[in-house]
Design a protein around this ligand. Structure first.
Ligand SMILES: C[S@@+](CC[C@H](N)C(=O)[O-])C[C@H]1O[C@@H](n2cnc3c(N)ncnc32)[C@H](O)[C@@H]1O
Length: 289
């Protein structure tokens, strides 16, 4: 285990340093996944969650769905990609990479981004087709601090990652994504909802009060051990939750046109029996100009 840890740290330091990136691939997008040197590093298979329905993220940043049961946000992202083969897309907080691999199979060039290199190495190992692996880039920069060229991406997806970030970083990220997208490009977001049945009634009064007082991010921060005790074992101690109005306002503040917004059901996951389909929310925004 110690060897694996040291090997990964070394790999990250060597290959993802500025110097390494310039040498190994397109610097702004990350490292090319087809580099043979990456084969030398051990890949740890992901562990299953207690419910057996998801993979545990290696860095305790939640649960990776890795499923064929896709959210409508993921489905719409895939459908959009299908219309633009050969273009670049960014999968932020890609986890074990099921969405990245899905759109690789549709002919996209994919920048798979995650702060945990083990996730990206596992995903890379699962890509067997040489053509697909030549279109995959691995990027470990923390969102929103990526260095993507302006007007280079057709789409960006942030699938179940924004609840780990404070409001200021989300605002910066939405602004950055707008610069990275081409005109007509789209942003796809799925994030934890303030209306989750596990805690909704308990947090709602304070949430609504902060909203009324003009706080653009009234859902920072949910106390995870208190409100999500059965999932706390693989989550940070706080999460950032939001409702549709908060998310819509955020995208509109940064000049996106809203194409679709709504709840995303996580009915089949978790342990609460009373889940009602309001566990998460999703939004699609378009960069009009
Ligand atoms: C709950 S998982 C989601 C994985 C996948 N997108 C999904 O929907 O199943 C969140 C992922 O975001 C990554 N992550 C957290 N903060 C990040 C950041 N600032 N930049 C990039 N990735 C981040 C974590 O390492 C983790 O793999």
């Amino acid at each position: 285990m110690l060897f694996i840890f040291i090997a990964c740290k070394t790999l990250k330091n060597d290959l993802f340093s500025q110097e390494g990136q310039n040498y190994m691939g397109i610097p702004e997008f990350g490292i090319r996944a087809d580099l043979k040197i990456l084969d030398q590093f051990p890949v740890i298979p992901p562990a299953l969650s207690k419910t057996g329905k998801c993979f545990l993220t290696f860095n305790k940043m939640g649960f990776d769905i890795n499923s064929t049961n896709l959210s409508w946000v993921a489905e719409e992202f895939i459908n959009f990609c299908q219309k633009h083969p050969g273009e670049y897309v960014l999968d932020v907080g890609a986890g074990y990479g099921f969405l990245s691999r899905h759109v690789l199979s549709k002919g996209m060039f994919v920048i798979s981004n995650d702060i945990e290199i083990q996730h990206l190495l596992y995903s890379r190992k699962r890509v067997k087709d040489p053509d697909q692996i030549s279109r995959l880039f691995l990027n470990t920069n923390p969102f929103p601090y990526l260095d993507i060229p302006k007007n280079s991406l057709r789409a960006v997806i942030l699938h179940r990652i924004l609840h780990f970030l404070p409001g200021e970083e989300i605002d910066l990220g939405l602004e950055n994504v707008k610069h990275w997208l081409k005109k007509g490009g789209k942003i796809y977001i799925m994030v934890m909802s303030s209306e989750h049945v596990g805690y909704c009634q308990k947090i709602l009064p304070a949430f609504e009060e902060r909203k009324k007082n003009g706080d653009p991010w009234p859902g920072m921060y949910l106390d995870v051990p208190k409100y999500l005790p059965t999932q706390a074992y693989n989550l940070p101690s706080q999460l950032h939750i939001m409702d549709q109005e908060v998310l819509r306002n955020a995208l509109e503040r940064h000049g996106y046109e809203i194409e679709r917004i709504g709840y995303v059901s996580m009915h089949g996951f978790g342990t609460e029996t009373a889940r009602d389909g309001k566990e998460a929310i999703g939004i699609i925004g378009i960069k009009k100009n």
